[in-house]
Design a protein around this ligand. Structure first.
Ligand code: GLP
Length: 243
C-alpha cells in the first residue's frame, strides 16, 4: 500500500482529481468506481472545477457506485443516487447511460446484485475504485463481521453506520434504511487500482488498523493490504495514529 499524506483536504482532492484526469487522458473509456459520504466531496468539487475549465473529457467514461440503500429510489433525497446527482453527476457531462448504480427499488434485490456484477464484468471491470472508509473499518457496506461477502450483496447495517449516514435523513439514524446493497470485497479488490481517501481524526484508528494490523474480517479495509495497486490518501489527522 502506498500511503500519501496531505496538509489539507483540498490538496488531497486536487492531487487525486489530477490523477483521475491523467487516467482519462490515457484511457478515454476509463471505468471508475465511486463512493458516497462526506469524504469524497472535496474530490467531486475538484472534478467539477476541472470540468468547468474544459479539462476533462467525460464522453467515454463509465462509473459504478459502490452501494445504495435498499428500498430507496433515485428520487428519494436520502438515496445515494440523489447524493451523487447533487455532488457530481448533475454538474459534469457524463452520458447518463454510462452511470451505473444499484437500484434500491428493484423488486428482487438478489437479482439486482447479480445484474450489477454482470454489468461490471461487461464493462471490462473497474479500472480505478475510489473508496472512503467507515469509522468501524467498513468499505462500501462491507461491515466488520466474522465472514465477508465476495460479491455484490444485500447488507444489514450496523448502528455506527446508521449514525454515520444520518445526515442524509435529517440527522435521525432511525430513519436510515437498515439494509443496503453493496459491492462485495471481491468486487472491490478486483479493481485494477484502488484509491482510499480518509479525512479527520475520527478515521485515525481504523486507518492505523488498516495499514499496520494483520488482515481481519473485523476490519474489512485491511484487505487492501493484499491489493497490488492500492493508494491511501490521508490528511494529517487521519494519519495521526500510523506507526
Ligand atoms: C458510508 C458509505 C461508505 C463510506 C462511509 C464513510 O457508510 N457506504 O462507502 O465510505 O459511509 O462516510 P464518510 O465519508 O461520510 O465518513
Amino acid at each position: 500500500m502506498i500511503v500519501q499524506r496531505f496538509d489539507h483536504e483540498d490538496a488531497l482532492a486536487a492531487a487525486l482529481a489530477s490523477r483521475l484526469v491523467d487516467a482519462i487522458v490515457r484511457n478515454p473509456r476509463l471505468v471508475l468506481g465511486l463512493p458516497t459520504g462526506r469524504t469524497p466531496l472535496p474530490l467531486y468539487r475538484a472534478l467539477r472545477a476541472l470540468t468547468a475549465r474544459a479539462l476533462v473529457d467525460w464522453s467515454g467514461v463509465r462509473t459504478f457506485n459502490l452501494d445504495e440503500f435498499a428500498g430507496l429510489g433515485g428520487d428519494d433525497p436520502g438515496s445515494y443516487r440523489a447524493f451523487m446527482q447533487d455532488a457530481l453527476f448533475d454538474h459534469i457531462p457524463l452520458d447518463p447511460a454510462n452511470i451505473e448504480m444499484l437500484d434500491g427499488r428493484a423488486p428482487d434485490l438478489a437479482a439486482e446484485c447479480l445484474r450489477y456484477e454482470a454489468a461490471i464484468a461487461a464493462a471490462g471491470g473497474i479500472d480505478i475504485q475510489i473508496l472512503g472508509i467507515g469509522a468501524n473499518g467498513h468499505i462500501g457496506f462491507n461491515e466488520p463481521a466474522g465472514e465477508l461477502h465476495a460479491h455484490t450483496h444485500v447488507a444489514t447495517l450496523q448502528r455506527a453506520t446508521l449514525e454515520a449516514n444520518a445526515m442524509l435523513f435529517g440527522g435521525d439514524p432511525d430513519r436510515v434504511p437498515k439494509c443496503a446493497m453493496s459491492m462485495g470485497m471481491g468486487t472491490i479488490l478486483s479493481a485494477r487500482q484502488i484509491v482510499m481517501i480518509a479525512l479527520g481524526e475520527e478515521k485515525s484508528d481504523c486507518v492505523a488498523g488498516m495499514v499496520n494490523d494483520l488482515i481481519s474480517t473485523r476490519l474489512p479495509a485491511s484487505f487492501l493490504q493484499v491489493h497490488p495497486h492500492a493508494t491511501v490518501m490521508l490528511d494529517h489527522a487521519a494519519a495521526s495514529k500510523l506507526i
